[in-house]
Write a protein that binds this ligand. Structure first.
Ligand SMILES: [Zn+2]
Length: 159
């Protein structure tokens, strides 16, 4: 499996990818923008935006990772709550924004995943896609589900 397209392994020297593994057996979810998974949903920041590479991992590696959450070993409802909180934040600036999430597992050659619980939720993983990755390599489980928008997540106890 090669990782040359995004220059993940041949220019920037660090150990971000060490410990990243192939996994085809575990289910993950990812937040996406519509009720159908599109190629754009799996584009990394450097592919989506006109950004400039820096020397640090924050400026280099984080532009090449795709955030996913593991639902095999972590509570899916809790992860979706974290999506709801993010939706609430973004609605303030983009009132029409909608979130969906897609459930999937990877197949041979997709890329590697690394557990990165420091990025938000403890179920968070970074996905490094390989040069041959294509969304057709995802084994998608059902249609994407809309993340419900609620104005307040904390319900006051009724007296
Ligand atoms: Zn790095």
């Amino acid at each position: 499996m090669e990782f040359k397209n995004l220059k993940l392994t041949n220019s920037h020297v660090c150990d971000c990818m060490s410990g990243a593994i192939n996994t085809n057996s575990e289910m993950f979810i990812r937040r996406i923008g519509a009720k159908k998974v599109k190629a754009g949903d799996f584009k990394v920041k450097i592919e989506r935006e006109d950004t400039v590479d820096g020397d640090t991992c924050d400026e280099f590696c984080s532009q090449r990772e795709i955030s996913i959450n593991n639902i095999e070993r972590y509570d899916k409802d809790e992860i979706i709550e974290s999506y709801k909180i993010e939706l609430m934040k973004q609605k303030k600036y983009a009132p029409n924004i909608e979130f969906f999430y897609s459930e999937f597992c990877f197949s041979d050659g997709s890329g590697r995943v690394k557990h990165t619980p420091q990025h938000g939720h403890e179920s968070h993983h970074d996905f490094y896609k390989s040069d041959t990755f294509d969304i057709s390599m995802l084994q998608i489980n059902g249609d994407p589900v809309r993340v419900a928008f609620v104005n307040t997540l904390v319900q006051e106890p009724s007296k």
